[in-house]
Design a protein around this ligand. Structure first.
Ligand SMILES: [Zn+2]
Length: 475
């Protein structure tokens, strides 16, 4: 069994190291138009990017990033006036292999604090992925599949070249969008957004989506997709044509897991449907808000549906910020444990045991590979960027807590916790208080041994059964 690692972790792992970046305006809306030509392996695009200055000082120059083989052809201001810009391929300071085309655009008049403007950008060129930077970023404009996403800077991204600083200072920045994509007529473009229009003219098809629900990234799959849907639930799966059977299983697993999580942990805060878009093997599954890009293995092996259960579970996460978020307990540990519970409902106790015992096996490896882990308790993982250990230890903490308080208190407590911390950020103490209230028993020893110290490590490393772990924290 492979250990889960949501791709988003890799993207923002540098956050703790980062300092402030120079003032850049914030992107509030994208209006993107793409034409994809598989024959020449080129794309041609226009972007209108809406910007707002949220800083306290004037902004005169705007840095914009694109993939190293995409070139800005023209840059205009809000009224169509040509703007001076200088573009060159530069390397990221923290990651020298990462070469990005950066344009520095001089605004016609400085953007005052609070003011907004728009940039009209025309760009074109080639995309060949970034395998030299991230093994999973392999897309190029070639049949049978092209993917437009932030990792390849295949749409213009405002900010500095240093990814560490950019991720840190732009964390939580979101935007709305309108996207129009023209592809050869036998191709389909798919997004996790509302499809406004699909038209065919000549030998080309054009797809138009809008998204009003703010989000921090854009993903567009382009392939000879087929699709199936459960229209009453708003669920859609876009899949490669050879995976008819797998797509049915994915759609079913999507419906089943959403039903399981909402019956067990309450209705999720987010209303509306959900879209799954298949991507090729090893291109990195991700689950942004309201949709998922999911690798091919989940369509060819029902065993890999656990990826989907895990990603869907992220829709049932409480809000956390800063170091608490970076501990990855309230998102990753919860998603891993929820996935195990979901598998109990679909595959029986054996499915649950496989999931939970599968992750325990990684604990000795984590201790070996992550310096400082053996002396850092869960609540401090965020301070030392050890959050990826919470794919392993955190789920066991939840398992022991579950067995300690019983089904009714565990499910009831988590329901309450998700309602209370739907918009305001939770802390470990908040979680303790909600679970104590729901169970009516003191949980000081459990929280001490599993969250606030490393006392539980020897049990997790040894051969202790979950019952023995529960007995050790009974008061
Ligand atoms: Zn995850």
């Amino acid at each position: 069994m492979r250990k889960f690692l949501c791709i988003s972790l890799g993207l923002i792992i540098f956050q703790a190291l980062a300092g402030a970046q120079a003032n850049v305006p914030r992107t509030t809306h994208y209006d993107l138009k793409y034409k994809i030509d598989f024959e020449s392996q080129r794309l041609k695009a226009e972007a209108v990017v809406s910007l707002r200055n949220d800083s306290k000082s004037e902004i005169k120059t705007v840095p914009i990033l694109l993939y190293r083989l995409l070139k800005f052809d023209a840059v205009k201001g809000e009224r169509g006036n040509h703007l001076t810009f200088h573009q060159e391929v530069v390397s990221d300071e923290g990651e020298p292999q990462l070469q990005i085309n950066r344009a520095l655009i001089t605004l016609a008049t400085p953007l005052r604090p609070g003011a907004t403007t728009k940039l009209n950008l025309a760009f074109s060129g080639y995309v060949y992925g970034y395998p030299e930077v991230s093994a999973y970023v392999r897309e190029s404009i070639k049949p049978p599949y092209f993917l437009i996403r932030s990792e390849t800077y295949s749409y213009p991204i405002i900010g500095e070249i240093d990814a560490r600083k950019r991720y840190a200072s732009q964390l939580g920045w979101t935007f709305t969008y309108r996207v129009e994509v023209t592809v050869p007529e036998d191709y389909v473009a798919a997004m996790g957004a509302h499809l406004d229009k699909q038209t065919t003219a000549g030998k080309e098809s054009t797809f138009v989506w809008t998204r009003e629900e703010p989000i921090g990234q854009i993903d567009i799959g382009i392939a000879k997709f087929k699709s199936i849907a459960k229209e009453d639930e708003g669920l859609t799966v876009f899949y490669l044509p050879q995976h008819d059977e797998g797509a049915k299983a994915v759609l079913n697993a999507l419906a089943v897991s959403r039903k399981f999580y909402s019956e067990t942990f309450g209705e999720q805060a987010r209303k509306g449907g959900y879209t799954v878009i298949e991507i090729p093997k090893d291109w990195g599954s991700q689950a942004p808000l309201g949709y998922m890009i999911l690798t091919e293995d989940a369509f060819t092996s029902t065993k890999q549906l656990r990826q989907l259960y895990h990603e869907v579970a992220h829709s049932w996460n409480a809000v956390t910020t800063g170091k608490v978020q970076r501990a990855r307990f309230f998102d990753e540990s919860f998603a891993v444990y929820f996935c195990a519970l979901c598998r109990r409902s679909t595959d029986g106790q054996e499915g649950f045991d496989k999931e939970i015992n599968g992750c325990r096996k990684y604990f000795p490896d984590d201790l070996k590979e992550m310096p400082g882990l053996s002396t850092t308790p869960i609540y401090k993982y965020g301070e030392h960027e050890l959050g990826s250990a919470n794919y392993v230890k955190g789920p066991w903490a939840l398992y022991v807590l579950h067995r300690l308080v019983g089904d009714a208190a565990f499910y009831g407590g988590i329901r309450q916790f998700l309602v209370d911390y739907r918009t305001k950020p939770a802390t470990f103490e908040d979680f303790r208080q909600v679970m104590e209230k729901a169970s009516g028993i003191p949980l000081r020893k459990f929280f001490n041994d599993w969250i606030y110290t490393c006392n539980s490590d020897k049990l997790l490393l040894g051969t202790a059964t979950v019952d023995e772990m529960v007995a050790a924290v009974k008061e």
